[in-house]
Design a protein around this ligand. Sequence first.
Ligand code: V47
Length: 380
Amino acid sequence: MISTVHPRLRPIRDKVEAGERLSLDDGVLMYENDIPLHDLGALANIVRERWNGSFGYYNINTHLNPTNVCVYRCTFCAFRSDLRDPKGYVMSDEQILARAQEAVDNGCTEMHVVGGLHHQKGYDWYVNLVRIVHQAHPQLHLKAWTGVEINWFEFLTKKPVKEILQDLIDAGLGSMPGGGAEIFHPEVRDKICEHKSDARNWLHIHRTAHELGLKTNCTMLYGHIENAWHRIDHLNRLRELQDETGGFQTFIPLAFHPENTGLSHIQKPSALMDLRTMAISRLMLDNIPHIKAYWIMLGIGTAQAALAYGADDLDGTVRHELIYHDAGAVTPEILSVEDIRRLIEEAGRQPVERDTLYHRVERDPANPTQWSVGEPVGVA
Ligand code: V47
């Protein structure tokens, strides 16, 4: 029982303590500046500990962005390139397989694959990438292609989403990352990424993935031109889909990084805004088991603090990240396992290595690159 909260938060405190759902108005209220951040942290921590006790999760993973050439021109993106821009690249099958080999040699359990929508690459190129990596390294989990990419494949093939996802599952897809959600509301979406998958399509793709038994993640890009109401509307759409399917594993709030983007005049959100959004996400998304503090994007200090503001997961050790580093992130490109475990312990949490589907990972101490999958994590 939390006895002292800001008077305007008392009804919300009572609902959180009773395990009742917060309304959209509650969500918008929590974004008001006079609502103390530490009160939100304490409330979010109740929900966090209900789901995940004092565990702080991480995984050992790598990123693969096979091309940055993209037909879309999302104003917030610093990663994309035109075909003839000197910055543009496309990886060969050999380079992709070398990355997968490097990942396995370093004990990675997951490869997170996303990239541009290259108009000279057909659907088969994207399916083949999954197939060749999976065939070479069946134990490496492929978390690949966002809802936006799947929507592009629909355009390329004119096939139903279900068939596309089934092709990818047959090729070795393990789950889908949460990117491409940005802000669902058309008042914002039409200004920052008008051409790509709209909210209805993004949600339909994730619903279909869940129906096929695929777990997926979800995200929200905040701190640009949206307001509090747009954010709460976004969280509510995710919460409603999760009520239907239960297929989301983790939500990742993504702080906008302005450098080298079409929105470079906007200030990066403050650490206070990051922690507020983390806490509000945990409180609103009462039905999603995990909230991730993606350290690459938040910075190490804020990510550590976020473990007391609703987050239970720091993502991974991460190799070869480009999307945030192109947009001005100053975080290192990789953390060692020792570092990430220490960060979690310093935050007063118990570090647990998980796989992509949130099972404990057991490692052979004599040969730590060898691993096996243990019990599901969590307490709820
Ligand atoms: O969809 C792009 C965002 C996303 C910028 O599922 C930007 O486990 C801020 O979704 N500033 C891709 N954000 C990253 C992503 C993700 C990351 C970590 C883990 C998982 C997961 C998913 O990055 C894009 C977009 O929303 N993004 N550019 C930028 N300048």
